[in-house]
Design a protein around this ligand. Structure first.
Ligand code: SF4
Length: 252
């Protein structure tokens, strides 16, 4: 089984029914909720949109008071700007959300990620939206080691060529959000054999054990080994060396 097939099969096993975790009942609600979700947890967005969409429909949003929208969406980050965006988006929509990337990306607060979510969810377009979770998972599974979301998105299309991207998009988001978190619990993960993170965790445990068992000179040896390996992961190396330098001065 290839790594690609292993990932798809594991995601199908743990997330058999992937779905968007933002609540919506109309197309414009999904668009606005996705815009609001930037830098904010979906749970918090659902809390504010349940109030917002109960009070306003698309037409009434066009003439809503920006202060009232601000007071409703205050729990989400950057709510001042987002309140203006909500009203502007409502004004620009002609009754529905079109299947038109250029139009969507011309709306305030709507970038490629939001457009991808909306087009994939509403129109089944084969897009993968790269958010912080998808980025982290792609990096750990060695699919793409870039910070550029456009590069990551294209790497995912290439890597998973032929797969159901809509389904995969939700699975990658949910996997990153609930399983492969920033501090993951890798105990039961079946992707350990292909995961960069797991290899580094083992390597660091080995080094820490070396430092504990042997004397401090072992630290320098380990640091050299890590330094050589910085081609693989220089940021982890830097943090690890800094951590050990500060500890070594304490030990001395
Ligand atoms: S082994 Fe851990 S870090 Fe790697 S993919 Fe699984 S949960 Fe994520």
């Amino acid at each position: 089984m290839t790594n690609r097939d292993l990932i798809i099969s594991y995601l199908d096993e743990i997330i058999p029914n992937p779905r968007c975790e933002l609540n919506y009942s109309k197309d414009y609600e999904l668009l606005i909720a996705t815009m609001l979700s930037a830098q904010t947890k979906d749970k918090r967005v659902n809390e504010v949109t349940s109030v917002l969409f109960r009070k306003y429909d698309l037409n009434s949003l066009k003439t809503a008071s920006v202060e009232d929208i601000k007071s409703i969406i205050k729990p989400v980050g950057t709510y001042n700007k987002k309140a203006h965006n909500v009203i502007e988006i409502a004004k620009r929509l002609d009754g529905y959300v079109p299947n038109d990337r250029d139009f969507l990306e011309s709306l305030p607060g709507v970038g490629r990620k939001t457009a991808n979510v909306v087009l994939a969810t509403l129109y089944d377009e084969p897009y993968i939206a790269v958010d912080t979770h998808v980025k982290r998972v792609s990096n750990r599974l060695k699919i793409c080691k870039s910070d550029d979301v456009f590069k990551i998105e294209n790497a995912l299309y290439k890597y998973f060529k032929g797969a159901n991207f809509n389904r995969l998009h939700h699975q990658l988001v949910l996997f990153g959000r609930h399983y492969c978190k920033a501090i993951p619990d890798c105990t039961n993960c079946k992707l350990q054999s292909i995961c960069k993170k797991k290899i580094w965790i083992k390597f660091h445990i080995f080094l820490v054990v070396c430092l504990c068992i042997h004397n401090i000179n072992c630290f320098y040896m380990c640091s050299c080994v890590i330094f050589i390996n910085n081609i693989i992961c220089y940021r982890v190396t830097f943090r690890f060396i800094c951590f050990n330098i500060s500890n070594s001065s304490i030990i001395r």
